[in-house]
Design a protein around this ligand. Structure first.
Ligand code: PLP
Length: 291
């Protein structure tokens, strides 16, 4: 068993789950989603993920057939049935299909899907130990005037281009830029640079990650000086430490950028402190809840 999905009001093994091929969520990427993780049997910041999901749906004129309590219950049931203790739990709302013969978005019956699968790490154990190798992409993230990045979306073809470009340059992942050579975000993560005791991360042009929010809260209690502002690519290249943040793995170090070492070329001490503090929060009942 590799996980449980909820599709068309039924729970089933994730390998058997499919969606109707004509759902515009699939045909047009007309969908939003959110991902929360479960660690040692506890959801991390579930209510924050549900709030962001509701805001994303509202921003796309999507209305979920289940209310917040219903969604929470479905997610818990996927987890219970999967038997997983550490899981990646995704909720999705798609446009669905329009009324027969119509192309009017307002006639679509929006659909809700969910699944719980084993925990997903954007960086594997070896990469977390030595730091990820990152390429700063020449590809620009889709313009926020076209697709609002604050709404969690499946517009990933810019990331896909960036990733193939990174693989050609022997890097493992990539971060995209805006039109002014500031880094914005990568495929599934936010990005941070540390110079001395100063921590900087982009303020706009990217998803407001919940791991990012947690990281900023931790950085504040560590006494770091925090700046949320445009982050020039060169500032990332010259940082003492660089890390990424995502629900899919938490805080993860970057040790090479464009084939050059970051700082000493190994995960830095502030990154390691923040990572330990991040995982410790998973046992704190203000941040985590039992299924
Ligand atoms: N940016 C993008 C494009 C993402 O897809 C994600 C997460 O999937 C993030 C940032 C990080 O957000 P979070 O910390 O809420 O997982």
């Amino acid at each position: 068993m590799t996980g449980i999905a909820f599709v068309q009001q039924r729970y089933l093994p994730v390998e058997e789950a499919g969606i109707p091929i004509q759902d515009w969520g699939f045909l047009h990427s007309d969908a939003t989603y959110d991902v929360v993780h479960l660690w040692k049997g506890r959801f991390f910041r579930l209510e924050d993920h549900l709030t962001r999901f509701e805001e994303s749906m509202a921003g796309l004129h999507l209305s979920c057939p289940h209310d917040r309590d219903g969604i929470r219950e479905i997610l818990k049931e996927c987890v219970r049935r999967s038997g997983l203790q550490d899981a990646y739990v995704e909720m999705i709302c798609t446009r669905g299909l329009p009324a027969p013969g119509s192309r009017d978005l307002r006639t679509c019956r929006n659909q809700f899907y969910a699944f719980a699968v084993p925990f997903i790490w954007l960086a594997n154990e070896e990469q977390r130990g030595r730091g990820l190798h990152l390429a700063i992409s020449p590809v620009e993230r889709i313009n926020p005037k076209s697709v609002n990045p604050v709404i969690k979306n499946y517009h990933w073809l810019d990331f896909v281009r960036g990733l193939f470009d990174a693989y050609e340059r022997e890097a493992e992942t990539t971060v995209l830029v805006d039109g002014e050579d500031n880094v914005v975000e990568g495929p599934g993560f936010n990005v941070f640079a540390i110079h001395g005791q100063r921590l900087a991360t982009p303020a706009s042009g990217m998803l407001q990650g919940i791991t990012r929010r947690t990281t900023l809260e931790l950085a504040e209690s560590e006494g770091l000086e925090i700046a949320e502002r445009p982050l020039p690519a060169d500032e990332l290249r010259t940082a003492d430490e660089v890390f990424i943040s995502s629900t899919a793995g938490g805080i993860m170090p970057v040790s090479r950028i464009d084939s050059r070492p970051v700082g000493q070329g190994v995960p830095g001490p502030i990154t390691e402190r923040l990572t330990r503090a991040y995982w410790a929060l998973h046992e704190d009942p203000t941040y985590s809840s039992e299924v």
